[in-house]
Structure formats: structure tokens, C-alpha cells
Ligand binder design. Structure first.
Ligand code: SF4
Length: 275
């Protein structure tokens, strides 16, 4: 049996759970963990890159237990290969369980294989290690969203207890983004999850808009699927934040209905250990 970095290679599809919008695929690793991937929008698969997540964001179910182990390149690709047998997959989002930059060697290997297969890939990351982010930004990706969620360092630390320091991330982006072509920079955005009463004041949104304008990038405004101790905004509050940023001249992308779905929506994916 093949072993990569001390763990085995393949994963088996164990279960499929469907809603009207999404299909959630539960995979089982050979050492008894379960991880999840989500098929949405007819042709896109959101894949997991780690068993658990070291960043442990308070608003996300995936990081509750911290990091249990990394997935190998083969395990990441096997999510795509299994689903492709049943459904079309022309895009992959490295946005499931785990932070892709925290398992970069395996993620980069799987990204390059997906490119060879003609599959486009986008990434969601908290941005660290920064040297991995630098490499990613220069690769032929189809989108990189860097999670900000608050520009108040204390609030951010509370929300994302094990993410890298905000000031280092901002400094890095200010230095690195001007090195990208305009076309490439358009594919980079700041991800901001709106949490009622936490990071949604005019002052918070003003700070976010200043950073987005300064970096000349768009904002992906994420809707919170309630899996932690916070409250989601009402539809009106969510729209208000959108209009606030639009009013400052920022390109804003909103969470689609797929990402808000109870089955497979953002932040809802979980890991398990089979006894
Ligand atoms: S939101 Fe992303 S980085 Fe944060 S715990 Fe969940 S998977 Fe990890």
C-alpha cells in the first residue's frame, strides 16, 4: 500500500447528501478520518485540503478540532476524480476544510495536475505563510480571496485565533500586489464575513473600503451560516454593507445562494474520525 508522508493515499466516497442546490460528498481516508467536498453551481467542486484546520476560526465548523493532519496531493485529487465520475467538474475551489497555504506542497501539486486536466482553480486563504501566498499569486489561478474579516487586530485575533498577524499581511499585500498585472490583480479579493454587531459598523466597513481601494482589489462579502457563537446579519443589513462598499467604488461579490445553503454552505464542512 502506498504511503505519502506517513499517511495513505486514497480516499473512498462514503456518503452523498443532497439539497435543492448542493451535493455534499463525504470521503473516508484510509486511516479512518472523514472530510467533505461540495459540488455546486452545476460544475464547481469545493475541495478540502486538510483534515481539520490550524486557523480555528470561531465562525467555522471545519477548524473546531484544530489540525489533525494534512491531506496528500492524491487525496485532494481523489475528491475531484470521484465526483467527476458522477457530475461535471470544470472548476475547483480550494475553499473546503483547511487553509490551502498551510499544506502548500500538496495543494500546489494538485493544482498543477488540475491545470493539466483543463480544470480552473480558485483559492480561499488566510494568507500565511506569506512566501506561499507570494507563489500562489503568481500562478495561473482563477481567483484568490484573502480572508480579512476585521481590520481591528483584537477583533481579528478573536475571530481567527491562529491566523498570522494582520499588519504583516497588509504590508505584504501592499508590496506584492503592485507586482501583478492589472488582469491578475482583478482576480484577487479581500474576503470579509459579515457578523452582526462584530465587524459590521460603518467604521469597520470604512476601514475595509480604505484597504480595498488602497490595494485596488475587490471585496468578497460573505454571508455567515450560523455554525458558531455569532449572529448573521439580516438580509437588509447584508445589503446595506454591500451598498456601503459599492458606494465607495469597490467591486463587491456577494455570497451566492449555494454558499448560503445549509448543506455544504461556507463554514459548515466538518471532519470526523470513524471508530
Ligand atoms: S474559515 Fe477557513 S481558515 Fe478558518 S477555520 Fe474554517 S477552513 Fe480554517
Amino acid at each position: 500500500m502506498d504511503v505519502v508522508g506517513g499517511f495513505r493515499r486514497s480516499m473512498k466516497l462514503a456518503q452523498v447528501i443532497e439539497s435543492d442546490l448542493n451535493r455534499l460528498f463525504v470521503f473516508r481516508t484510509e486511516d479512518g478520518y472523514s472530510v467533505e467536498a461540495v459540488h455546486y453551481r452545476g460544475d464547481t467542486l469545493c475541495v478540502s485540503t486538510q483534515v481539520g484546520c490550524p486557523v480555528r476560526c470561531l465562525f467555522c465548523a471545519s477548524g473546531k478540532e484544530g489540525l489533525l493532519r494534512n491531506l496528500s496531493e492524491e487525496e485532494i485529487l481523489s475528491q475531484v476524480e470521484s465526483v467527476k465520475k458522477i457530475l461535471p467538474v470544470s472548476r475547483v475551489a480550494f475553499a473546503g476544510i483547511g487553509d490551502p497555504l498551510a499544506n502548500w506542497r500538496e495543494v500546489k501539486g494538485s493544482f498543477l495536475k488540475l491545470r493539466e486536466m483543463g480544470i480552473k482553480a480558485s483559492f480561499y486563504t488566510t494568507g500565511f505563510p506569506l512566501e506561499n501566498l507570494r507563489e500562489l499569486l503568481h500562478l495561473p489561478h482563477n481567483g484568490v480571496s484573502v480572508s480579512i474579516h476585521s481590520l481591528n487586530p483584537d477583533t481579528r485575533k478573536h475571530l481567527m485565533p491562529f491566523s498570522g498577524p494582520l499588519e504583516k499581511l497588509v504590508k505584504f499585500l501592499k508590496e506584492e500586489l503592485p507586482r501583478l498585472s492589472k488582469r491578475k490583480r482583478k482576480k484577487v479579493s479581500l474576503a470579509y464575513l459579515i457578523l452582526k454587531g462584530v465587524n459590521d459598523s460603518d467604521r469597520d466597513l470604512e476601514a475595509l473600503s480604505r484597504l480595498a481601494l488602497d490595494l485596488d482589489v475587490g471585496v468578497t462579502l460573505l454571508y455567515y451560516n450560523k455554525v458558531g457563537p455569532f449572529e448573521p446579519p439580516s438580509e437588509e443589513e447584508y445589503e446595506r454593507a454591500f451598498l456601503f462598499l459599492k458606494g465607495k467604488g469597490i467591486r463587491v461579490t456577494l455570497s451566492t445562494r449555494f454558499r448560503k445553503d445549509k448543506i455544504g454552505g461556507c463554514g459548515t464542512l466538518t471532519v470526523g474520525k470513524v471508530a
